[in-house]
Write a protein that binds this ligand. Structure first.
Ligand SMILES: Nc1ncnc2c1ncn2[C@@H]1O[C@H](COP(=O)(O)OP(=O)(O)OP(=O)(O)O)[C@@H](O)[C@H]1O
Ligand SMILES: O=P(O)(O)OC[C@@]1(O)O[C@H](CO)[C@@H](O)[C@@H]1O
Length: 301
C-alpha cells in the first residue's frame, strides 16, 4: 500500500488571465478550485492510474472539509487528522503570461495531533511505500521528515521525499528510495546554479553518496535526469506540447515514476518514462493528468 503525507494541504485557487500586473487589480477570466498539496496530488494521480493509496496529513476548518470532500470526490481515500482550530490554507495560483503563486501558511498543528500522525505512520508494514511531500507549517520542527525516517528505519518501508532545503537534506542519510528535487532546488542544496546535465549529475551523485538511492531531478520543460541506484544516469526530454498549468506536474511525475517502477518490476528507464509522461501530461492540462492524458504522452515519447 502507498501512503502519502501532506502536512499542509491546500485549496488551490487557480485563476487564468492573459496578463498579470503586480500592484494592480487583475481580473480572472477563468477560475477553478482544486484539492491541493503535494502528497494529495501524488495520491490523485496514482488513483487515476488505478493504484490505491491513502492520503494522510492535517486538515482544519471549512477549507479543510472542502479539501477532503474534493479529494474524495476525485477518487481519493483519505485518513486526515482534523485539527480543532484554524483553517487549511488557500493557495493562489495565477496562470497568465507567466505562472505566479502565493502559498498560504496553514494552521497551527498542536503536539498531540503531530503524535497522532506519527502513530498512524507506525502502522505501516514492510513493503509499504510512504511519500512525504511538500512543505510543513512553521511551527512544526524542521527535522520532522528526518524523525519519521528514523522511526521507519530497518522496517522495509520504501520512502519517497519531495521537499526542499533542510527538510530534504536531513533525510538523505536514512537512504530514501527516491528524492525528486527540481534543478533549482538541487542547486539550492549546494548553493550553486545548475545549467548543464554534467553539473546536475555532479550534485545528484553527491546526494547519492550521502545516502539517497534514486535521485530524480525534474527540469520542467526540459524533462528530467535520473541518477539511478544502479549508478546509471537516465535522461529524457519532455515531449512538445502547450503548457496549460504546471501546478502539480512534479507531483504527477512522482506518481508516474512509482507507477512505472511497479509495473516494470524496477526498470528505472521505464519509471522515468512514466514519470515524464505523467508530469508533462499534467502540465499540458488544466489540472492533474488522467490515465488517458498520460497514455497519450507516453505513446508520443
Ligand atoms: N512546460 C513543460 N512542458 C512539458 N513538460 C513539463 C513542463 N513543465 C513541467 N513538465 C513536466 O513535469 C515534470 C516536473 O516538472 P517540474 O520540473 O516543473 O517539477 P516541479 O518544479 O516539482 O513542479 P511543481 O512544484 O509545479 O509540481 C517535468 O520533468 C516534465 O516532465
Ligand atoms: O507549499 P508547498 O507545500 O511547498 O506546496 C504546495 C503546493 O504548491 O504544491 C502543489 C503543487 O506541487 C500544490 O497543489 C500546492 O498548492
Amino acid at each position: 500500500m502507498i501512503y502519502t503525507v501532506t502536512f499542509n494541504p491546500s485549496l488551490d485557487y487557480v485563476v487564468h488571465m492573459k496578463t498579470f500586473t503586480a500592484g494592480d487589480i487583475n481580473r480572472a477570466e477563468q477560475e477553478m478550485i482544486y484539492p491541493g498539496g503535494k502528497g494529495i496530488n501524488v495520491s490523485l494521480v496514482l488513483g487515476n492510474l488505478h493504484i490505491p493509496s491513502k492520503m494522510l496529513g492535517f486538515i482544519a476548518g471549512f477549507t479543510g472539509r472542502e479539501i477532503e470532500r474534493l479529494a474524495k470526490a476525485n477518487g481519493g481515500d483519505t485518513d486526515f487528522i482534523v485539527l480543532d482550530e484554524g483553517c487549511s490554507r488557500i493557495n493562489l495560483k495565477v496562470s497568465a503570461d507567466d505562472e505566479t503563486a502565493v502559498n498560504g501558511m496553514g494552521p497551527h498543528i498542536p503536539e498531540e495531533k503531530l503524535q497522532a500522525l506519527l502513530t498512524q505512520i507506525d502502522t505501516l508494514k514492510a513493503g509499504d511505500t510512504l511519500v512525504l511531500a511538500g512543505s510543513i507549517s512553521s511551527d512544526i520542527p524542521d527535522d520532522i521528515y528526518e524523525q519519521i525516517l528514523k522511526r521507519l528505519q530497518g522496517r522495509g518501508i520504501r520512502v519517497v521525499v519531495d521537499a526542499t532545503g533542510d527538510l530534504l537534506k536531513n533525510v538523505i542519510k536514512y537512504k530514501p528510495f527516491l528524492i525528486k528535487p527540481n534543478n533549482f532546488e538541487l542547486g539550492e542544496l549546494f548553493s550553486v546554479d545548475l545549467h548543464t546535465d554534467e553539473e546536475i549529475t555532479v550534485c545528484a551523485k553527491q546526494l547519492q553518496a550521502m545516502g539517497a538511492r534514486n535521485v530524480l531531478v525534474s527540469l520542467g520543460g526540459d524533462g528530467a535526469l535520473l541518477l539511478g541506484e544502479d549508478g546509471q544516469v537516465y535522461r529524457r526530454q519532455s515531449p512538445n506540447g502547450t503548457l496549460v498549468n504546471s501546478v502539480g506536474a512534479g507531483d504527477s511525475m512522482v506518481a508516474g515514476f512509482l507507477a512505472g517502477f511497479e509495473a516494470s518490476k524496477g526498470d528505472l528507464n521505464e519509471a522515468l518514462k512514466m514519470g515524464i509522461s505523467a508530469g508533462s501530461a499534467s502540465a499540458f492540462h488544466e489540472w492533474l493528468a488522467t490515465e488517458d492524458d498520460i497514455k497519450e504522452v507516453y505513446a508520443a515519447l
